[in-house]
Design a protein around this ligand. Structure first.
Ligand SMILES: NC(=O)c1ccc[n+]([C@@H]2O[C@H](COP(=O)([O-])OP(=O)(O)OC[C@H]3O[C@@H](n4cnc5c(N)ncnc54)[C@H](OP(=O)(O)O)[C@@H]3O)[C@@H](O)[C@H]2O)c1
Length: 386
């Protein structure tokens, strides 16, 4: 049966990879709605090519610009919306059967929540919304029997490895980390890392925030929290191993001593296709040549050189507001680092300071989550103002 997709974050790295899957499997997938942020050129090109019923941009002004360009190009039948209401409308559009949540940051939270409330299965790339509001999202999904299928490659791998055993039989979830570009850099040189150096990821091509988060290993910390929420396990059951080849995407260790791993190409189209097609496995060209594999290395992560991972485990243990603050403070700190207002070590320093000022609480609603998020951002902005 044809699945009609709502793609939130269509102009981003995951969004564009999702569209390439639609292009490859036209008999399986079509585009119902698209939501983007500020990239009007790409949104225009996508609207003209895919003719979604509805497309949304971040602001009214940008939506107006897109409307004018579509009109001038003679493209009709594409409704244009904007802001959070526009993203929510895309996620809950009546003709959409499946929502790909790939906006970066908590700005995608309300639409992801709305998709679940509307009973739409979600392919989840946006880890920040799982970190900030995972308890609320997974509860809503359980109550409505809505599947949340992870697109993040590690969680996608875990999802695959979990298909063969019972939840009660899982001893550890092992998330693999490439270690980023600074895996071997001595600690005293971290202060001099530039945005250009941090933006070069050794194995994956991704958006800017997640690339910096990979360099600080905060990304892995967010993934630990995401795994706790998606797979309903405590942080003590989620372990990180540095695996520089990024070939094993993650592993699940069972109580009998068996460890199952998922291996595939480092190409996000594979986990996207898995999520879209689940529980089927369509034939694809995304093959991995096992004969070329020379060695697989696994190392302990260094929590001293990468304090963001330690901070993430501490936030995971507290849950609630601390996870929200971790994500919010990082988003502001990454922006400040990219703007050269703080150094690389300023990222964990800012997060640690914001976490220490965050009172323990467990928000029950999305509105409360967003309030804590905003307070944490304000604290982080104060600390990173130059
Ligand atoms: N890339 C990967 O390989 C990868 C792997 C695993 C998980 N993820 C996760 O997937 C998510 C997306 O990552 P990415 O790498 O694709 O990021 P990206 O390339 O930076 O794309 C982000 C997307 O979010 C949109 N966006 C930003 N602000 C918005 C707003 N206010 N309203 C609506 N849309 C907005 C952007 O639109 P504009 O560009 O038009 O502004 C863009 O489409 C992140 O949560 C990331 O952690 C990514």
């Amino acid at each position: 049966m044809m699945k009609r997709l709502a793609i939130l974050g269509s102009t981003g790295s995951i969004g564009q990879s999702t569209l390439s899957i639609v292009e490859q499997f036209p008999e399986r997938y079509s585009v119902a709605t698209l939501a983007a942020g500020r990239n009007v050129d790409e949104a225009f090109a996508q609207a003209a090519k895919w003719r979604p019923k509805l497309i949304s941009l971040a602001t009214e002004e940008l939506a107006g610009e897109l409307t004018a360009r579509l009109k001038a190009a003679g493209v009709s039948g594409v409704e244009v919306a904007h802001g959070t209401a526009g993203t929510v409308a895309c996620a809950t559009y009546k003709d959409a059967d499946f929502v790909v949540s790939a906006i970066v940051g908590v700005v995608g939270l309300e639409a992801t929540h709305a998709a679940i409330l509307a009973g739409r299965p979600v392919g989840l790339a946006n880890k920040e919304c799982m970190v900030a509001a995972g308890e609320i999202l997974t509860r809503a999904a359980r109550e409505r029997n809505v599947p949340i299928l992870p697109i993040d490659s590690e969680h996608n791998a875990v999802h695959q490895c979990m298909r063969v055993g019972a939840h009660s039989e899982v001893k550890f979830i092992w998330l693999t980390a490439s270690g980023g570009p600074f895996r071997k850099l001595p600690r005293e040189e971290f202060e001099h890392i530039t945005p250009e150096q941090a933006l070069k990821h050794p194995t994956w091509v991704m958006g800017r925030r997640i690339t910096i988060d990979s360099a600080t290993m905060l990304n892995k910390g967010l993934e630990v929290i995401e795994a706790c929420r998606l797979f309903d396990v405590p942080a003590s059951q989620v372990r990180v191993t540095v695996h520089p080849q990024s070939t094993v995407h993650s592993l699940v260790e069972y109580v009998d001593g068996s460890i199952l791993a998922q291996i595939s190409v480092t190409d996000m189209r594979l986990p996207i296709l898995y999520a879209l097609a689940y529980p089927e496995r369509p034939q694809s060209t995304l093959t991995f040549d096992l004969t070329q594999l020379k060695h697989l290395d696994f190392e302990e992560p260094d929590l001293v050189r990468f304090p963001c991972l330690r901070l993430s485990y501490e936030a995971a243990a507290k849950g609630g507001a601390h996870c929200i603050a971790l994500n919010a403070a990082d988003e502001i700190a990454v922006e400040a680092f990219l703007d050269r207002r703080i150094g690389f070590n300023g990222i964990p320093r800012t997060i640690e300071e914001v976490l220490s000022r965050t009172p323990e609480s467990h928000p029950e609603t999305i509105a409360e989550v967003l309030r804590v998020d905003e307070e944490s951002r304000a604290r982080a902005r104060e600390l990173t103002r130059s």
